[in-house]
Design a protein around this ligand. Structure first.
Ligand SMILES: Cc1cc2nc3c(=O)[nH]c(=O)nc-3n(C[C@H](O)[C@H](O)[C@H](O)COP(=O)(O)O)c2cc1C
Length: 188
């Protein structure tokens, strides 16, 4: 059964975006995928929790796409996580509504791949920086998929952006059509 994908986008300045704009374009109109731009939907940050929870229930896999900001996500996504993943809905004894759904983070980083290595500027791998999201997925009984990561955003020319867009589209297709293969081994 193809998975229904909810692609949640969080970029506060779409017009200045190169990478996330390219990824968004590559994912647009992918059958079985609902694109949901948080800054567009909630310019005043007044997140409609009921609507967001209903959207989650209608999908099998959630992709959170955003630039890495201060080693984390842009503010609206943090607000979304704080409000939407409620006790009794997403976690806690009766909070099993997201159980078995997939989670994939798709991020872009200004830092290069080397910057996210033990002897690089940031000392830790990108996987280490994503642990809070991975732990959140686990607490919500969701399946953590390996992240889609674009490093060194400022160094990418048009051809490289097109390659990243094509790779992203492939990952989304795999998530949609072969979720078992796309899941990280050992993570539930
Ligand atoms: C407020 C802010 C914080 C940022 N923090 C980080 C960071 O912690 N690590 C990093 O590698 N890049 C960081 N960057 C660079 C962005 O990740 C990069 O510009 C973005 O991924 C490019 O994607 P875009 O073309 O879609 O905007 C930051 C940029 C901004 C504006």
């Amino acid at each position: 059964m193809p998975q229904r994908i909810l692609l949640i986008l969080a970029h506060p300045a779409q017009r200045r975006s190169r990478v996330n704009a390219a990824l968004r374009a590559a994912a647009a109109e992918l059958e079985g995928t609902t694109l949901h731009d948080l800054y567009e939907a909630y310019p005043d940050f007044m997140i409609d929790v009921d609507r967001e929870q209903a959207l989650l229930l209608e999908h099998d896999t959630v992709v959170f796409q955003h630039p890495l900001y201060w080693y984390s996500c842009p503010a609206i996504l943090k607000e979304w996580l704080d409000l939407v993943l409620e006790h009794g809905f997403a976690y806690g004894r009766a909070g099993t509504k997201l159980s078995g759904k997939g989670w994939m983070t798709a991020i872009s980083t200004g830092g290069t791949g080397h910057a996210y290595s033990p002897d690089g500027l940031n000392r830790h791998s990108i996987h280490d920086f994503l642990r809070p999201f991975e732990a959140t997925a686990r607490l919500c009984h969701m399946r953590w998929h390996p992240p889609f990561v674009v490093h060194g955003t400022h160094l990418l020319d048009g051809a490289a952006l097109a390659r990243q867009g094509a790779a992203y589209r492939q990952r989304l297709l795999a998530l949609r059509d072969e979720p078992e293969l796309a899941a990280a081994p050992g993570h539930r």
